[in-house]
Ligand binder design. Structure first.
Ligand SMILES: Nc1ncnc2c1ncn2[C@@H]1O[C@H](COP(=O)(O)OP(=O)(O)O)[C@@H](O)[C@H]1O
Ligand SMILES: [Mg+2]
Length: 455
């Protein structure tokens, strides 16, 4: 409802007998009632705040009920509108209902009926709003909003998702394990017109090869040993929606051929059945193995590859977008605290710097697990610091003593540039630490970074 608690009702009527009756009646029933006697005042009120219910004369001096309804709906699309006339007027009533009025009543009003209609309308309104709320929460969870990170690499991913989500093009998502391919697939579905139909996932690597076929296409009872009952496959379950085939590079050659046929015809048969089934499925595939290379080596069908990579999204590895690490750390830190009911102070800048220098072979998934582990192991109220980070990460990121090479013939400016560049690397691009190490002021460092165009 537009307002918390009492539903807000606006009554627009000049008829004193109606006003005297309706206002106290609805107030007593617990509604917050406002009453005005002309259209202008009503527009002002509607501009001011949303109303849940509008009761108005259809046509009176300075009151145009149809226009008021349009304005009220503009402010609150779910508003319940009840129009009142002096005489029964079928023609206007039909038109009003067509434009979304809830009811049309004739004077004198039957108060019981009036209230019943309001109740009905508010009930419907509540349902619609609940659905909106559910949608909003789902969007937050599975829409682009669930992806953290604003690096240039990820912004390219978001733009691609926005562009291709509304189409029904087959999408191939490529990226190392743990980079967020599942989230991207989910976001494409959630942002597509198919969002209300199922999002079905099958990981081709996680089930035995012999079962993949029946998982994809389903089977009838007796199709093979163990097939006791008829079962729908993922293609059927995903009808009108999206099928996400993870690790598509793991499909056997025979299944690659079958998949190609479905993509071309949107038709297939259940195992052990000759009946052809038609489906309307959008396919999203993902791989952490370079399919192009597999094609070149003869391990993946080139015709299927061309079908799949109509549109490709490359999700960059975490080490290619280190600036995403701090916001991800922050996000997983809060999430882990909430999930484990812990209250921790936060995480120091030094600790975050160490995490930024690590190469993250398991990408975002690895980062998430590490943060979760740290949070679980630490005592409440603490500020997490470098020593809380697992040893293997600290070891590989310790600023080592490195030598830098300065070619003969270098100018003093070249030397300065090389020294600053190398020190920045060792300090994990932390400018304060770099300035301290070099023994210069932070402002000086900023100036020199700009001068030498070091980023
Ligand atoms: N950009 C991101 N923002 C927030 N969480 C992410 C992000 N990328 C990945 N994750 C999380 O990391 C884990 C691994 O992501 P997932 O999509 O399963 O990766 P992949 O499918 O590429 O192996 C999941 O828990 C996911 O929620
Ligand atoms: Mg995955």
């Amino acid at each position: 409802m537009a307002s918390e608690g009492a539903a807000a009702v606006l009554l627009v009527d000049q008829d004193v007998s109606i006003v005297r009756e309706v206002v106290p009646f609805l107030a007593e029933k617990g509604y917050a009632v406002e009453q005005v006697d002309d259209g202008e005042k009503a527009y002002n009120l509607l501009d001011d705040r949303p109303f849940d219910v509008l009761i108005t004369e259809l046509n009176a001096h300075r009151i145009n009920g149809m226009r008021l309804m349009a304005v009220a709906k503009d402010r609150n699309p779910e508003v319940c509108v009840i129009l009142i006339t002096r005489e029964p007027d079928i023609e206007h009533a039909t038109e009003a209902m067509r434009q979304g009025a809830l009811d049309f009543q004739t004077k004198p009003l039957n108060l019981g009926k009036l209230e019943a209609v309001i109740q009905l309308g508010l009930g419907r309104q509540r349902l619609v709003l609940e659905q909106h709320e559910l949608r909003r929460r789902l969007d937050e969870k599975y829409g682009l909003g669930s992806l953290v990170g604003k690096s240039r690499g990820m912004i390219k991913v978001y733009e691609a998702v926005r562009q291709i989500a509304p189409t029904r093009a087959t999408v191939l998502i490529q990226g190392e394990t743990g980079t967020g391919k599942d989230l991207v697939a989910q976001a494409i579905h959630t942002n597509s017109p198919r969002r209300d139909a199922p999002f079905v996932k099958l990981n081709c690597a996680s089930i035995p090869e012999a079962l993949v076929e029946s998982e994809l296409f389903g089977h009838v009872a007796g199709a093979f040993t163990g097939a006791v009952q008829t079962r729908k496959g993922r293609f059927e379950l995903a009808d009108k929606g999206t099928l996400f085939l993870d690790e598509v590079g793991e499909l056997s050659p025979a299944l690659q051929a079958k998949l190609l046929r479905v993509l071309e015809s949107q038709q297939f048969e259940r195992l052990g059945d000759s009946r052809t089934i038609n489906v309307d499925v959008r396919l999203i595939a993902a791989t952490n193995r370079p399919l192009e290379k597999m094609v070149a080596e003869g391990n993946f069908r080139d015709d299927l590859y061309y079908r799949l990579h109509v549109v490709t999204i490359d999700v960059p590895s975490l080490r290619q977008r280190r600036e995403d690490i701090p916001p991800l750390v922050d996000f997983f830190f809060r999430e882990a605290c909430r999930a484990n009911g812990k209250e921790l102070e936060g995480i120091t800048r030094n600790a975050t710097d160490v995490l930024m220098r690590y190469d993250w072979p398991g990408n975002v998934r690895e980062l998430k697990n590490i943060i979760e582990g740290i949070v679980i192991m630490s005592r409440p109220g603490r500020l997490l610091d470098v020593q809380d980070i697992p040893e293997h990460i600290r070891r590989t990121t310790a600023p080592e003593v490195r030598e830098m090479r300065i070619p003969t013939g270098a100018t003093m400016a070249d030397v300065e540039r090389i020294v600053i560049e190398e020190t920045m690397k060792v300090c994990g691009f932390n400018k304060e630490r770099c300035a301290t190490t070099l023994g210069i002021g932070l402002r000086t460092l900023y100036r020199k970074l700009k001068e030498y165009d070091i980023r």
